[in-house]
Write a protein that binds this ligand. Structure first.
Ligand SMILES: Cc1cc2nc3c(=O)[nH]c(=O)nc-3n(C[C@H](O)[C@H](O)[C@H](O)COP(=O)(O)OP(=O)(O)OC[C@H]3O[C@@H](n4cnc5c(N)ncnc54)[C@H](O)[C@@H]3O)c2cc1C
Length: 367
């Protein structure tokens, strides 16, 4: 997401860009696939028309815990679209913009070999050299540039379901957040009349059910009857769920080296319940390109980005702690019914604001 966005913006400014992507073709990724208003704006600016790709409008957020659920309209327009569809469109846009796209090729190492030279070595031994690199490997770290450990040891899963007709109608235009001990999950419709269930759980809770997806899903439905209702009679559409581990929520990269702009999940990892990771990926890509064009050194950019994202990140972490608290889980839906405005306020506060853009220090250089 961040890598494509930065490549497109740079190529449109007349820069020579090579995008290295290890997947030969876009595939399903662990993601709730919720596109916030800011993400939609950035995608539109990149030339991506999500409606024409089949994106489903999302108007409501519903919170369910224990035996209660509460609902509030979203304070911004939002949509949902599978990552496979979105990534396919972004790669095509990058190729159209003149980016040299190397697909099915994996970066093994990234090292500075001279003051103004970064060398990228691929798994087949091929090397590329460039004065500037944008690091956008998402959830996967490169040796020597890794993010810190994830102390909570989060595990994330995604599964598509064909819901029964009645349950699909109930879920129409809504994104539902379910709380359960050790984590939370979200279910929402995506294109093609199917639903995405994406969830996170701390490894020690997964251990209690023998690290098995079927046991975990059964336990979550037991703890959250709202999910059991949604999934009653539903048909799983993937042979097994897609999973990832090592998600250092709350991380913001403090600094970087000259010529290395870190973007997307390599710059910051916001708790997933906010549905704002894609927006941050696009936002950090846009800001990094502006900084690069203005010849702002990467370490200065990275430090400014950190302070611009800090408040949003800390608020999101505070809210995530609340969701993981047993007492809060019990009373939250009740409180939200009484005062649904809280949900709208939380949704707004945990968003990356466009005015939080990182303005480069120097005037843009000639392109
Ligand atoms: C459980 C969960 C649910 C989420 N739900 C949402 C949501 O609903 N809405 C939302 O906005 N955000 C959500 N997010 C966050 C969102 O998925 C990420 O923030 C976003 O994808 C980050 O974009 P990125 O460009 O940094 O990484 P990615 O989109 O993951 O892209 C990284 C790319 O780098 C490639 N790559 C990795 N390593 C190498 C290598 N060595 N060589 C070459 N290529 C490589 C990968 O193949 C991949 O294509 C969720 C995250 C999780 C964990």
């Amino acid at each position: 997401m961040a890598g494509c966005a930065a490549s497109i913006a740079l190529a449109r400014k007349g820069r020579r860009v090579t995008l290295i992507e290890r997947e030969p073709t876009p595939r399903h990724k662990v993601c709730g696939e919720f596109l916030s208003g800011e993400a939609l704006e950035d995608l539109h600016a990149l030339g991506i028309d999500v409606a024409s790709l089949g994106a489903v409008p999302i108007d409501y957020v519903r919170l369910a815990a224990a035996r209660r659920a509460a609902e509030a309209p979203l304070p911004f327009s939002a949509a949902s679209l599978t990552r496979k569809a979105l990534d396919t469109a972004l790669i095509a846009e990058a190729i159209g913009a003149g980016v040299r796209v190397e697909r099915g090729r994996s970066v093994k190492t990234l090292a500075r070999t001279a003051p103004n030279v970064w060398q990228v070595t691929l798994d087949d031994g091929t090397t590329f050299e460039a004065p500037t690199v944008f690091l956008a490997t998402g959830k996967h770290d490169l040796r020597g540039h890794a993010r810190p450990e994830d102390p909570q040891r989060w595990v994330a899963f995604k599964m598509y379901f064909q819901l029964t007709r009645g349950q699909a109608a109930e879920l129409e235009h809504a994104s539902e957040l379910m709380l359960y001990p050790g984590g939370y999950g979200g279910i929402q419709p995506v294109e093609g009349g199917i639903a995405n269930f994406c969830c996170v759980v701390q490894q020690r809770y997964l251990a209690r059910v023998g690290h098995r997806w079927e046991n975990f899903l059964a336990k979550v439905q037991q703890d959250c009857p709202h999910l059991a209702m949604r999934l009653a009679g539903a048909e799983p559409l993937l042979a097994k769920p897609i999973a990832v581990t090592h998600i250092p929520y709350g991380y913001i990269r403090p600094t970087s080296e000259n010529g290395l702009y870190c973007i997307g999940d390599q710059a910051a990892v916001i708790p997933s319940f906010t549905g704002d990771g894609i927006s941050i990926a696009l936002h950090t890509a846009r800001c990094a390109v502006a900084a690069y064009v203005a010849e702002e050194p990467a370490p200065v950019f990275q430090a400014k980005l950190r302070s611009a994202l800090m408040t949003q990140m800390r608020l999101a972490e505070l809210a995530a702690d609340g969701l993981n608290n047993g007492f809060a889980r019990a009373v939250l839906p009740f409180c939200l019914r009484v005062w649904p405005g809280v949900m709208r306020v939380t949704a707004k506060l945990t968003r990356v604001a466009h005015q939080a853009a990182v303005v480069p220090m120097q005037a843009p250089a000639e392109v």
